[in-house]
Design a protein around this ligand. Structure first.
Ligand code: DX5
Ligand code: ZN
Length: 225
C-alpha cells in the first residue's frame, strides 16, 4: 500500500487557507486532514462544514481527498452536514459514539468512506468489532488538543498491534496516524504499519516551505521502503 501524506489544516495559515492547501497538494500531498473540534469532546473549537465546502473545489482540482476527523460529541448528528460540504472520509471517535457500527454504516450510506479513531488512552482492541466495516482506522499519537504536541512513543506498539488486527481480518482499511508526526519519526511509523501520515506543524510550520516539508516527508517515506 503506498504511503499517503495528509497535511492537517489546523496548523495552516487560516488567513490564506486555500492557497496553503493548494501548495501542499501541488507538492504531492494526497489527503487534506480536517480536525473538527466542538469545544466539548476536546476543549478547543476549530472548524466545521463551511470550511470543508470552501476547500472542496481546490482539493478536487488536484484529485485530493478531504479526510475529516470528527473530534466531537454525538458525531452521529453531524454526518449530513459534512456529506453535503463534500467530505470524502468521515472519521469518528470510539469514545464519542454510542452506536458505533450503526454510525459507520450511516456514513457509508451517505456515500463517504468511514473511519474510526481512538485516543492514546483507549485500548486498540476496542476497534475489534468494527474492523471489517471501516475504510480507515486512525490512531491518535498525541492527546487531543492543539497541534504541535510531542509524538507519544508508545504509539509505535499500538500501530503494530492495529496493523496485525487489520491484516488478521484481511481488511484493506488505511491505517492513519495523527499527532506529532515528523520526518524524524515517519520512517518508524511507516515501518510499524501506517500508510497515511497526518502532519500539521511539520508541514505548515517550521523553517522550510510547505513544498519543502512535503518533499522531505516523501523522501523519508521513499527511503524506508
Ligand atoms: C492533536 C492535533 C493533531 C493535528 C496534527 O489534537 O490536532 O491531531 O492534526 O498536528 P501536529 O502534526 O502538529 O501534531
Ligand atoms: Zn486529526
Amino acid at each position: 500500500m503506498s504511503v499517503k501524506i495528509a497535511p492537517s489544516i489546523l496548523a495552516a495559515d487560516f488567513s490564506c487557507l486555500g492557497a496553503d492547501v493548494e501548495r501542499a497538494l501541488v507538492a504531492g500531498a494526497e489527503f487534506v486532514h480536517v480536525d473538527v473540534m466542538d469545544g466539548h469532546f476536546v476543549p478547543e473549537i476549530s472548524i466545521g462544514p463551511a470550511v470543508v465546502a470552501a476547500l472542496r473545489p481546490v482539493v478536487s482540482k488536484y484529485g485530493g481527498v478531504i479526510d475529516v476527523h470528527l473530534r466531537v460529541e454525538k458525531p452521529e448528528e453531524r454526518l449530513g452536514g459534512f456529506c453535503e460540504a463534500g467530505a470524502d472520509i468521515l472519521t469518528i471517535h470510539v469514545e464519542a459514539c454510542l452506536e458505533l457500527r450503526r454510525t459507520l454504516r450511516e456514513i457509508r450510506a451517505l456515500g463517504m468512506a468511514c473511519g474510526v479513531t481512538l485516543n492514546p488512552g483507549t485500548a486498540v482492541e476496542k476497534l475489534e468489532p468494527v474492523l471489517r466495516e471501516i475504510d480507515l482506522a486512525l490512531l491518535m499519537s498525541v492527546n487531543p488538543g492543539l497541534g504541535g504536541q510531542e509524538f507519544i512513543p508508545e504509539s509505535i506498539e499500538r500501530i503494530k498491534c492495529l496493523r496485525k488486527m487489520l491484516d488478521g481480518v484481511g481488511s484493506e482499511a488505511h491505517l492513519e496516524v495523527d499527532g506529532g508526526v515528523k520526518t524524524g519519526n515517519a520512517g518508524e511509523i511507516v515501518a510499524a504499519g501506517a500508510d497515511v501520515l497526518v502532519a500539521g506543524s511539520a508541514i505548515f510550520g517550521g523553517q522550510k516551505s510547505i513544498e519543502g516539508n512535503v518533499n522531505a516527508f516523501r523522501k523519508t517515506i521513499q527511503d524506508c521502503h
